[in-house]
Design a binder for this molecule. Structure first.
Ligand code: ZN
Length: 219
């Protein structure tokens, strides 16, 4: 495959649900954070013009190595996604890289766009799920279990508090059936401070595949 692009370069990946992720191909020099911030603002604005209803998926950017050319792509995609490298054309699977130097670069880049990244390890997540039809209640439960969530007790104080808040805000119907789920995060999955953790974002997306009108509340 002939080379297609040269750094700096960015590519947007729009999903079926209208959310998008961005792959950045940037040199890892002392201009990295500034170049990322400029590219990010440009891409988000371009998307807003082109697809006004699209939203950036709120997942932090991480480095993954292209298996073809070895370039470290800074991407907000999920681990395990297939990406066609914009530089060499090879197809590779995202596998976030760790290490102090990359972590420092990533932290500086996020800071440059006003976002703080936190680890979700040890957090206890709760999710309430309300199907739009009785027949979908069980399939939605299978999805939650498949994502590692376990049923939570209906009288768990955290569940009650979440339910009361969700009903008060109209996110859930207090009179309809709901199920409660919990997950204690055992890995270092990064999330944006103040945004839902990746576990909840991915699970909610899958629940919407099964039931586009599903109602959820998380905390
Ligand atoms: Zn490549």
């Amino acid at each position: 495959m002939p080379p297609r692009a040269r750094p700096p370069h960015a590519q947007v990946h729009v999903r079926g649900d209208g959310t998008f992720s961005i792959d950045f191909y940037l040199e890892r020099d002392d201009r990295f954070a500034a170049s990322f911030a400029h590219g990010h603002a440009t891409m988000v604005e371009a998307l807003r013009q082109k697809l006004p209803t699209a939203n950036e998926r709120p997942l932090p950017f991480r480095f993954s190595r292209c298996a073809g050319c070895g370039f470290l792509v800074f991407t907000s995609r999920d681990p395990g996604e297939r990406v066609a490298c914009a530089l060499c054309g090879a197809s590779f699977t995202t596998a976030p890289l760790d290490g102090e130097e990359l972590a420092a670069l990533a932290a500086g880049a996020h800071e440059a766009i006003g976002r703080r990244v936190v680890s979700c390890r040890g957090q206890v997540l709760h999710l309430l799920v309300q199907a739009s039809a009785e027949a979908l209640h069980e399939p939605l439960g299978h999805v939650c279990a498949g994502f590692g969530f376990a049923p939570a007790a209906a009288d768990d104080p955290a569940v009650r508090e979440l339910l009361d808040g969700a009903v008060a805000h109209g996110a859930l119907d207090g009179a309809a059936r709901w199920s409660a789920w919990r997950l204690e995060v055992a890995d270092d999955n990064p999330a944006y401070a103040g945004a839902p953790p990746p576990h909840v974002i991915r699970l909610t997306e899958w629940l919407r595949h099964v039931d586009p009108r599903v109602r959820t509340a998380s905390g």
